[in-house]
Each structure stands twice: as structure tokens, then as C-alpha cells.
Ligand binder design. Sequence first.
Ligand SMILES: [Zn+2]
Length: 158
Amino acid sequence: MEIDKPTTIICTVVAVDHANSIYYRVCSVCEKTLPENPTIPCKFCNFNNRFNPSTSGSKRLFRVLISIATDTKVFVVIMFDRAAKVLFGCSADEFFDFAKTHPYAAMAAGRALEGEMLNVTISKPKNGNAQHMRVVSVVPLRSGFQPAIETLRELYRT
Ligand SMILES: [Zn+2]
């Protein structure tokens, strides 16, 4: 889809990509991207020098690829933390912890969201090389919508 300015569309969730990681790790202070298992201090702000980098010095954020359908086409968009939290209903770290004991949680979350009708605002990626349109904001339209984590908690009775 070619657009030049942020555009709001109504669409349906076709699928959530759970084959790729739905998270990435960032420094908890400067939020720059870190390797998945950071062993060195954050080179951007050095904050992690004072902490065990595997715990308090970093956190996960959502980065989720979602196929959506409008009335004319199906395409893939990328959803970062703020938008993904609306659909998942928790932080990426909380979801990661949940997925430790429920290994299929990402797949189940995708299933829970399939078919949901959304009002999304999409815009061109900031990075010109990025492949997918970026979701700026998302509003679920179904009155009984519940975030994926709530569906999963019911499913797994936790
Ligand atoms: Zn940092």
C-alpha cells in the first residue's frame, strides 16, 4: 500500500506472525536496541555498567508483524510496543514471562486476535529501507474485544 501521510483504515486481523520473535530487547534507560542476551553494558548510555545486564538493565518491547485485510487487499504491517500492547493487553516482558510456562502463547495470542476488526492508523516506516507499513495507533472495534493475554489466561486458567 502506497501512502504518504498517516492514514486510518478499518481492517481485519488475518494472522499474527509468531514464527519470528514478537519481541526485541532494549536498554531500560535509553531504549536503544540491545542484543537478545546482552552481556556487555549498553554502549549507548553505559547505564548497564551498574547493573546485571541480563536483569534490570534491559527490557523487552513488542515488535509484531501482522497481516491485515481491508476490503480490497491483504498486507503485512509492523506493530511496535505501544500499538501491540493494546492488542496483547500487557507489556512484552509480562508476555514473555507468561510464554515461559506456556510455550505456545504467541501462537495462541495470534489465534485469539484473528478476525478482530480494528481501526488502525498506519504510516510509512521512518527507516526508508523498512519493508512494512508501521502501525501508529490501533483501536479494536468489536464491543466485546478483550486483549490476547486475557483470552490466554482464560484458556490456560492461570
Ligand atoms: Zn542505554
